[in-house]
Design a protein around this ligand. Structure first.
Ligand SMILES: Cc1cc2nc3c(=O)[nH]c(=O)nc-3n(C[C@H](O)[C@H](O)[C@H](O)COP(=O)(O)OP(=O)(O)OC[C@H]3O[C@@H](n4cnc5c(N)ncnc54)[C@H](O)[C@@H]3O)c2cc1C
Length: 324
């Protein structure tokens, strides 16, 4: 049984902090989130977002976290108010890249994988078709926050400059600060800049996600409940949160290559998010003081939503192990 006198602090209110806190509360651990920014002002709110198959190519913990999350999203999709919809994802590549891409993805043991023949999409695109959860973040992020509150979680909207300031009040600190972990721990987490455009959905837009990787860039079209997200960029070490107009024009043109009506779609807003880049997700335990331990859970790069529920389950296991 969890020790009711051992409250947990989660630092960070993005998807990683919220899912960790929810799983801890469900297991009976009193949990407080400390967050500098909350939805809709986190990177998690800028995400496209869909469950992406790439992490399961790597095997190991990433595969297991991604598959745990997939199962959770499939359950959540049963309640339409949560914002998860199951839909086809076309993972495409141009003719130069396709061999490596398809070869690598062949190993995925998902029933939903199907080859997309040349000719279905404009030349030179071809690839694979999956059935995946699409996460409508404007619906889902508020749902996560509400679920956290309903379970009895409390929020303190504040920046934590030093983890040791929380040590006397909490048995465990779960560090879910994303790119903020750089300042908090000295770990060289780096930004991977993503620029996107939110447009009104053209009436005849097909209800599937397209993600098309050329050797130089990735183009994606993600239809959501009330709009459509167009992307994107993956710019390492770029901290610029300003919208770049030339990039926006290029995104619109590339997306219009798949669906011409997108060239003139009504633009609702432009957004930029900085993904928390790291060679590997840091999900590990580190002693802080004699009585307090930190469980790090950050550095999810382009796959925070995809890995979130699996990582949250691993956090709960670490917290339970502390009590043994
Ligand atoms: C354009 C774009 C598209 C994406 N598409 C996808 C997708 O399709 N699928 C997918 O799986 N992922 C996608 N991602 C990646 C995903 O959004 C990230 O991996 C995820 O948001 C990381 O979540 P996080 O909670 O770690 O970070 P964040 O959402 O950045 O949250 C960090 C939290 O920590 C808080 N914080 C930081 N430092 C401190 C501090 N010192 N004190 C207190 N609070 C602090 C912040 O205020 C915030 O609340 C996309 C990202 C972008 C930008």
């Amino acid at each position: 049984m969890p020790d009711p006198n051992a409250p947990i602090a989660v630092i960070g209110g993005g998807v990683i902090g919220l899912t960790s806190a929810i799983r801890l509360l469900e297991q009976g651990f009193p949990t407080t989130i400390f967050a500098k920014a909350t939805s809709p002002h986190t990177t998690s709110d800028v995400a496209a977002a869909y469950w992406a198959p790439e992490p399961i190519l790597e095997g190991g913990p990433r595969e297991s976290w991604a598959l745990t999350s997939l199962a959770t999203f499939q359950q959540l999709a049963a309640d339409p108010t949560i914002g998860i919809d199951i839909m086809p994802l076309y993972e495409l590549a141009d003719s130069l890249a396709i061999e490596t891409f398809a070869g690598a993805l062949e190993n995925i043991a998902l029933e939903e994988v199907e080859d997309v023949p040349f000719g279905v999409f404009p030349s030179p695109w071809s690839g694979l078709r999956f059935i995946v959860p699409r996460i409508d973040v404007p619906t889902y992020m508020p749902w996560l926050f509400q679920r956290f509150l309903t379970l009895g979680g409390t929020l303190q909207r504040t920046e934590i400059a030093d983890l040791r300031t929380l040590a006397s009040d909490f048995r465990a600190l779960v560090n879910c600060t994303g790119l903020g972990a750089q300042a908090l721990t000295g770990d060289p987490v780096f930004p991977i800049r993503g620029q996107v455009i939110r447009v009104r959905k053209p009436v005849d837009l097909p209800p599937h996600i397209i993600s098309a990787a050329s050797t130089t860039e990735v183009t994606y079209i993600v239809p959501r409940r009330h709009d459509c997200l167009l992307g994107g960029t993956f710019q390492d070490d770029n901290y610029d949160l300003q919208v770049d107009p030339a990039t926006a024009i290029s995104i619109l043109q590339r997306c219009a290559g798949f669906h011409p009506a997108l060239q003139h779609a009504e633009i609702i807003e432009h957004r930029v998010g900085l993904r928390p880049g790291r060679a590997q997700v840091r999900l590990e335990v580190e002693p802080l003081t004699a009585t307090t331990t930190v469980i790090h859970n950050y550095g999810h790069g382009a796959y925070g939503h995809t890995l979130s529920w699996g990582c949250a389950a691993a956090v709960v296991t670490h917290v339970k192990n502390l009590q043994r």
